[in-house]
Design a protein around this ligand. Structure first.
Ligand SMILES: Cc1ncc(COP(=O)(O)O)c(C=O)c1O
Length: 423
């Protein structure tokens, strides 16, 4: 089997059989195996590691893993755990975690009872369960492009197709008209999946924009899969939840996670919540098949969900400062297109280059300023439509303000040198 980093370097859909450990004769893996993408976010990581070995410091603006410490209370809960057997948890979640998710939602004015929640292994499993619950093989789910790249992988696992509705950097990646969304609906469309606040764009959809999705879903009997893992990271006004639209009560599935808001990505505790009992009972049966979510982690995050504010408050403040610093810093880079992201901790920017993938590789492999360089995520990995997003890159605000400012200054110098090399 090839090392993960080797696989990460192979472009989407092109794993050479021998290299990926796939036998070339007689026995073969599934179509799904061939389609499954390697993470484009990690694609350039190996180049960054090689560069670091040559003594150059690399600022990582490519990943979505917060750099800040996880709350002590989480580790204290691990230490305090006194049971003699580390047993399976119930498939729908430990009672302490289910009730903590209820309390968390209540804190945000959202009412779910314990029969309406399934604790999942991160938001990721919740999204896969939701896709599998509402789609048959080859059914379609509408997503807005650019989108969280793992939606591709989840769709491959669930054996469904994503149909994309394009968004544009020119209006900060806000949603298009109902007609434009409807133009992508076919007789195989089962759902609209959207992320609010958005990864990768940082956009927060207004109530009126979400109403458009609600209207379309009602008219075409579609499910609305609402990925709200960045709920608190909302810097201008609060992010609207799909749970605030009672007219699609039975059609909505809320997908959520503790990962980002409490900075506990490794705990793997998420949730699928819906007022539609058929959906929840289906998700529960999927949950029964995988038995349970990790016991200790559910216990450890429950106090955070029960009383979220002290944990999320400082984190959100820090990311707000970073968002402001990035927005201000981008103003001084000539030729870059950008907008003010309203939430999450990402922005997609337009670069004055033809191919941001080539630029990102060149910057991390060849460019340095005072023995430092930057790793960006080229945005083509966040698009499914070939040719879209070619000159765009996603920046994740995973560094403190001074380091973000230094990174932007390096990008500016790199663009300047790159443009001289490739006029
Ligand atoms: C938009 C979005 N949804 C879902 C997830 C899944 O996160 P997790 O499985 O850690 O909850 C992520 C993680 O980066 C994300 O960015």
């Amino acid at each position: 089997m090839a090392a993960l980093d080797e696989i990460d370097l192979v472009p989407k859909g092109c794993l050479p059989a021998g290299q990926a450990g796939i036998p070339t004769r007689n026995i073969r893996l599934s179509q799904r195996a061939r389609e499954m993408q390697a993470s484009p976010i990690r694609k350039l990581a190996a180049l960054a590691e090689a560069r670091k070995k040559s003594g150059v410091h690399v600022y990582h603006l490519n990943i979505g893993q917060p750099d800040l410490p996880t709350p002590h209370d989480v580790f204290d809960a691990f230490r305090r755990f006194e049971q003699t057997t580390l047993a399976y948890a119930p498939s729908n979640g430990m009672p302490v975690a289910v009730s903590a998710w209820m309390n968390y939602f209540q804190h945000h004015g959202i009412a779910f009872d314990e029969r309406e929640l399934i604790v999942t292994a991160g938001g990721s499993e919740a999204i896969i369960f939701a896709m599998c619950a509402v789609c048959d093989s080859n059914d379609e789910v509408i997503v807005f492009e650019p989108f969280y790249t793992n939606y591709n992988g989840f769709a491959t696992i669930a054996d469904i197709q994503l149909r994309t509705v394009p968004l544009s950097i020119s209006n900060g990646f806000h949603l298009p008209s109902e007609e434009e969304i409807e133009s992508q609906i076919t007789d195989r469309t089962r759902a609209i999946l959207f992320c609010n606040p958005s990864n990768p764009t940082g956009t927060i959809y207004s109530r009126e924009e979400i109403q458009r999705l609600v209207n379309v879903a009602k008219r075409h009997d579609l499910f609305l899969l609402s990925d709200e893992v960045y709920r608190e990271f909302a810097y201008e006004s609060k992010a609207i939840s799909i749970a605030e639209f009672p007219e699609v009560r039975e059609q909505s599935i809320l997908l959520d996670s503790t990962s980002k808001r409490f900075n506990v990505c490794g705990a793997r505790v998420g949730v699928l919540a819906s007022h539609n009992q058929d959906v929840v009972q289906t998700a529960l049966r999927f949950g029964m098949a995988r038995l349970s979510v990790a016991t200790l982690e559910q216990v450890a995050v429950a106090p955070l969900l029960n009383n979220p504010e002290p944990y999320t408050g400082p984190l959100v403040e820090e990311f707000h400062r970073r968002r402001d610093a990035v927005y201000e810093g981008l103003k001084s880079i000539p030729g870059v297109t950008f907008y003010k992201p309203e939430g999450a901790f990402y922005i997609v920017i337009g670069l004055p280059v033809k191919d941001s993938d080539h630029f990102a590789r060149w910057m991390v492999e060849k460019f340095e300023y005072q023995r430092e360089t930057v790793l960006l995520a080229p945005a083509n990995g966040f698009y499914a439509t070939p040719g879209r997003g070619l000159n765009e890159a996603r920046l994740a605000f995973m560094l403190n303000v001074p380091d973000l400012q230094k990174s932007l200054a390096i990008i500016q110098r790199a663009l300047d040198s790159y443009q001289k090399l490739t006029p």
